[in-house]
Design a protein around this ligand. Sequence first.
Ligand SMILES: [Ca+2]
Length: 398
Amino acid sequence: MKSFVPLFAALAMAFSPVGNADAAAKDSKPTSTKSTKAAKTAKAAKAKAGKARAGKKVAIKSSRVIKAAPAAAVIDYDGEHSNFLEWQAVREFIEEMVARHGFERAELDALFGQARFIDSAVQLVKPAPPGKPKNWQAYRDRFIEPIRINAGVRFWNDNAQALARAEAAYGVPAEIIVGIIGVETIYGRDTGKFRVLDTLATLAFAYPETPNRASRMAFFRSELANTLLFAREHKVEPFSLLGSFAGAVGMPQFMPGNILKYGVDFDKDGQIDLRTSSEDAIGSVANFLVQHGWNPEHRGSPVYAADVSPSQAWEPLLDRGLAATLRPEELRAAGVTTAQALPAERLYGLVNLQNGAEATEYWVANDNFFAITKYNRSYFYAMSVIELGRAVSAARPQ
Ligand SMILES: [Ca+2]
């Protein structure tokens, strides 16, 4: 979390965490609902292997696929039936939900009796193999492209009123909200088809062997609890919640804990519905950003193109965490210059965007850039959001 390098690993997986996410959610959030299809390669055999690795006591009735459930047409039935109720850790989880939150044991038994093991989720959370050098331009090209821009123009036109209302209420410009929802799910086109309960149960109790396994399992276990709490509080059938392989829900890909904390019923129909209500998605994204440091008083671009001196005196200013901590004079003294003058009395961060074999780009970023990185802990992500929002804005008829 401190170092930046791992941030990019998350990106590589494309699994956009919203996930937004708080620290823990990061690598999980991701944007990667998109890769669910690709991930489907993992089948029953691998599922068994995965479970064995996870060292769980599993009673798998392998490949007994259960048909059914209401929204069958949209649900991803990649999962196989796995009797979660026979897993010790699941029993403990249920007891905790009963003791701590007053759930009915029988009700939770019934839910977990129907949950499926989603092997593709296990495969997708594995660390990406060490790959090619980071390349901002290549990453950027995936998001700043005509299909996404055109969908963004439609989304903006269809939701101009809600976007203006969010801007007035939270001080977050339409351009940024449009950038986030576009990068996350192409404006709701790609929100994920997994039942959130299935993927979270799988990742909470059978996370693959990775160095951070314990903390990731704890994170998904808490998101599983959040899912049950959210469903109860908002009177939603828990299996009706659909999301990415990591449990991120709806147009803005919020993890359930973030829906509880930052979700907004912006269309005031009594429900927080991030999957089908654009207004709720818009209000929730704006609220999330404000709660994570978006400063409405910082008008204008969150980033300034920068040049760095050959002296390398600026190197120690890199990787200072996801926060603006540097005064303009510190940047200048270290050889960082911007064509546009930096508003004084504010703090900034130095951002480097690597371009493979090509020259690295440098930017000076303010609080608002770093607020976007709280949504997904990556410079590439935040810059894509800004650039997509700009491109959509420029493409709209004035
Ligand atoms: Ca609503």
